[in-house]
Design a protein. Structure first.
Lengths: 127, 110
């Protein structure tokens, strides 16, 4: 089983870039990163929008993003560090949320489930 | 406004049964598998039911899921106070090309 842990600044100023990292640990990390059945995912939760899938990156380093984020998002993968990262540009107060990293288990885009999840990190956008 | 519709809250007494509904459309629930997540207060969501009706190891059989057409249902029997949590359904939506979730249902065990 793998464990995920988010890290990054808890406060970001409006119009700046939000950057978070998710560190993956546990017994099966190597096999998880080697498998195309692991989609490394970012999900956020806010009072206004509930749970929102933001996007994922695969072991091939190809990513898929929620169209609602309109080109502001970039997710990258660093297998050597056992990490994947989120960048969200031009943030506003509407981006204030708890950000979770998670693994989706399936090689198919439209199949699978999110498990496990990191504990989440609160990011506030404010000047 | 979430793509999938859940009741905001449900409640029942300990030992009783509760049903949480998740309503969608052909482009999401109608043509894809549904997952359910449980979020205990102050914690991250955890997987409760996957592929409509399958339980991960460690999830008691008091929790069960089903799907019919464009709706899914989570049943919880033998309610315990420790079951109090928010529950979310989720699936892929081909009209928005994204994973979508319900707005969540808060379970209160009276």
């Amino acid at each position: 089983q793998v464990q995920l842990q988010e890290s990054g600044p808890g406060l970001v100023k409006p119009s700046q870039t939000l950057s978070l990292t998710c560190t993956v640990s546990g017994d099966s990390v190597e096999s998880s990163f080697a498998s195309d059945a692991s989609h490394w995912t970012w999900i956020r939760q806010s009072a206004g929008r509930g749970l929102e899938w933001m996007g994922h990156v695969k072991n091939t380093k190809t990513a898929l993003y929620n169209p609602s984020l309109k080109g502001r998002i970039f997710i990258s993968l660093d297998i050597s560090k056992r990490q994947f990262s989120l960048r969200l540009t031009s943030v506003t107060a509407a981006d204030t949320a708890i950000y979770f990293c998670a693994r989706k288990s399936s090689s198919l885009l439209t199949r699978g489930w999110f498990d496990p999840w990191g504990q989440g990190t609160l990011v506030t956008v404010s000047s | 406004q979430s793509v999938l519709t859940q009741p905001p809250s449900v409640s029942a007494a300990p030992g009783q049964k509760v049903t949480i509904s998740c309503s969608g459309a052909n482009q999401n629930i109608g043509n894809n598998l549904v997952n359910w997540y449980q979020q205990l207060p102050g914690t991250a969501p955890t997987l409760l039911i996957y592929d409509n009706d399958r339980r991960p190891s460690g999830i008691p059989d008091r929790f069960s899921g089903s799907k019919s057409g464009t709706s899914a249902t989570l049943d919880i029997t033998g309610l315990q106070t420790g079951d109090e949590a928010d529950f979310y359904c989720g699936t892929w939506d081909s009209s928005v090309d994204a994973w979508v979730f319900g707005g969540g249902t808060t379970l209160t065990v009276l």
